[in-house]
Design a protein around this ligand. Structure first.
Ligand code: FAD
Ligand code: SIN
Length: 521
């Protein structure tokens, strides 16, 4: 089957939906998403979206905090753009009836690690869901937009000049493959932390966008910077997801303690529980390892119970389902893989190194986060750079490709049902990444990790040769590729910086450089 559109958007989280909403007055828009429309990392965001909105704040202050958290690696121009355009766009988002929490006639602003001001707009602790639903409503009622759920994008199509001109997708319901041609393609496929055994990310976060951009020839950057969130609920899984206990809980006064009651964070950083995430996650890792603990405790006893229930109703409710009353008991927590700082390299307008291919959100690398993302800056990055990509895409000269010029897919794909055989390979991959590419890394372990991923790739190819397709097989192939790119990037950085800590190279080098990999090298 073959379809045509002007703007093709892959992914229905913050970045994809905002882009679709913005370009909808300029042509036909098709949004493809591989699960239900709202299933995305965006949907689970808790803390909120950071922007200089308070009377005591300014974009300059937000810039300084972002750059400080980024350990010398933030791209200053990208940060400038984000903090400057952020407040206006968050106000516009608010205008879509998102239901942000308010105090009197202004937004209630939260605070999280590394922010020196209250600047996190939120909808209690279900900000992501509120944003996701608000945007879906806006996109569904916008002119010219069609949204197909359960459409799995397999790969990008390129023409003989190397420009992106569409995608090959698979409709899970009809079992049909479709070539979709477009003037512009926006990759907004989100994160990749499902490559790790313990992660806050939902099952969609398999790094498909990074993998397909790489196969099409795009550059990727800084994939070694994986952010581990310090506090996920110990021993609890929902859909394979570690349940997040928002950093905003520490912002409201939550204190980290060992099970015997010692407050340990002041030993690691003057900002204690509100130190940058990389510091807090490594401190917990260290306490767990040296004291042989299963978890540490997040003590909420300084926060009045009524405030806990008003500010964190979903967290309180979910913990209750796991038998824990957070208004009375401390919460057992452990770190979990949470966010990918790296991704498909883009410029300040969301353009990748492939003409007509844009990327925004977690699958993209704009350079704003440097070596450590400041909490609640990712929804903002997705919003700001999807917006700029929309401006660029609606003003660029582009035409639909002539079918003859599109590089044909070399193999015929044959679809099969996802099989349970895959599950053990997926588990091995995720355990390998957790063990060999975790919070603290070593060069020899990373080499072992790469070797193990190569073995798993061989096993996968033996079981399912290239032309055999199911979404699960494709996701595993993507995860193996992305896992290897993370390890390659990490091995090439001979220093520790921000989120990246290697035992053999504990110091930070004077010069900060990005790790850029290209399939053409
Ligand atoms: P996503 O929202 O993940 O959307 C990706 C979309 O792409 C999905 O619709 C997915 O189905 C689709 N997709 C992927 N692959 C394919 C494919 N092959 N074919 C078709 N469709 C595909 N950030 C903050 O700033 N503040 C927070 O409070 C916050 N809290 C968080 C809490 C949790 C539990 C998690 C997991 C993350 C949190 N983050 C937070 C990070 C933030 O949510 C994400 O970085 C951001 O939402 C990413 O948005 P996105 O649009 O790039 O991707
Ligand atoms: C959280 O609420 O702690 C998540 C915020 C983020 O990842 O930015």
């Amino acid at each position: 089957m073959r379809l045509e559109t002007d703007f093709l958007v892959v992914g229905s989280g913050m970045a994809g939906l905002w882009f679709a909403y913005r370009v909808s007055r300029h042509g036909k828009v098709l949004v493809l998403t591989k699960k239900d429309d709202s299933e995305s990392n965006t949907n689970y965001a808790q803390g909120g979206i950071a922007a200089a909105l308070g009377s005591d704040d300014s974009p300059q202050q937000h810039l300084e905090d972002t750059v400080k958290a980024g350990y010398g690696l933030c791209d200053p121009d990208a940060v400038k753009v984000m903090v400057k355009e952020g407040p206006r766009l968050v106000r516009e988002l608010e205008g879509l009836d998102i239901g942000f929490s308010t105090e009197g006639d202004h937004l209630q602003l939260g605070i999280e690690g590394g922010h020196t001001r209250r600047r996190v707009a939120h909808a209690a602790d279900t900000t992501g869901q509120a944003v996701e639903w608000g945007l879906i409503k806006a996109v569904r009622s916008a002119p010219n937009v069609t949204l197909y759920e359960h459409h799995f994008v397999i790969d990008l199509l390129t023409d003989e000049g190397g420009c992106c001109c569409g995608v090959l997708s698979f409709d899970r319901e009809s079992g049909k493959f479709t070539e979709i041609h477009a003037k512009v393609v926006m990759l907004a496929t989100g994160g990749l932390c499902r490559v790790y055994e313990h992660t806050t990310n939902p099952p969609i976060a398999t790094g498909d966008g990074v993998a397909m951009a790489w196969r099409a020839g795009a550059k990727v950057a800084d994939l070694e910077f994986i952010q581990f969130h310090p506090t996920s609920l110990f021993g609890a899984r929902i859909d394979g997801r570690a349940f997040l206990i928002s950093e905003a809980v520490r912002g409201e006064g939550g204190i980290l303690r060992t099970p015997d009651g010692e407050r340990f964070m002041p030993r690691y950083h003057p900002d204690a529980e509100l130190a940058p995430r990389s510091v807090v996650a490594r401190a917990i890792y260290n306490e767990l390892r040296t004291r042989r603990l299963d978890y540490v405790l997040l003590d909420l006893s300084s926060i009045p119970p009524a405030h806990i229930l008003k500010r964190f109703p979903m967290i309180a409710d979910t913990c209750k389902r796991f038998g824990l009353d957070i208004t009375r008991e401390p919460v057992p927590v452990v770190p979990a893989a949470h966010y990918s700082v790296g991704g498909v390299r883009t410029d300040l307008w969301g353009k990748t190194s492939i003409p007509c291919l844009y990327a925004a959100g977690e699958c993209a690398h704009t350079g704003v986060h440097g070596a450590n993302r400041l909490a609640s800056n990712s929804l903002l990055e997705a919003l700001v750079f999807a917006d700029r990509a929309a401006q660029a895409a609606t003003t660029q000269e582009a035409s639909l490709p002539s079918s003859k010029k599109i590089n044909p897919f070399e193999r015929q794909l044959r679809s099969i049902e996802d099989s349970s055989l895959l599950n053990s390979l997926i588990s091995s991959l995720r355990q390998t990444m957790w063990r060999f590419a975790g919070i603290v890394k070593s060069m020899s372990q990373m080499e072992q990790g790469r070797a193990k991923l190569a073995e798993l790739s061989h096993e996968l190819e033996a079981l399912y040769p290239e032309g055999i397709f199911s979404p699960g097989i494709r996701e595993l192939r993507n995860m193996l590729l992305v896992g290897d790119l993370i390890l390659r990037s990490a091995l090439s950085r001979k220093e520790s910086r921000g989120l990246h800590y290697v035992e053999e190279y504990p110091d930070t080098l004077p010069e900060a450089v990005h790790t850029v990999l290209s399939p053409k090298d």
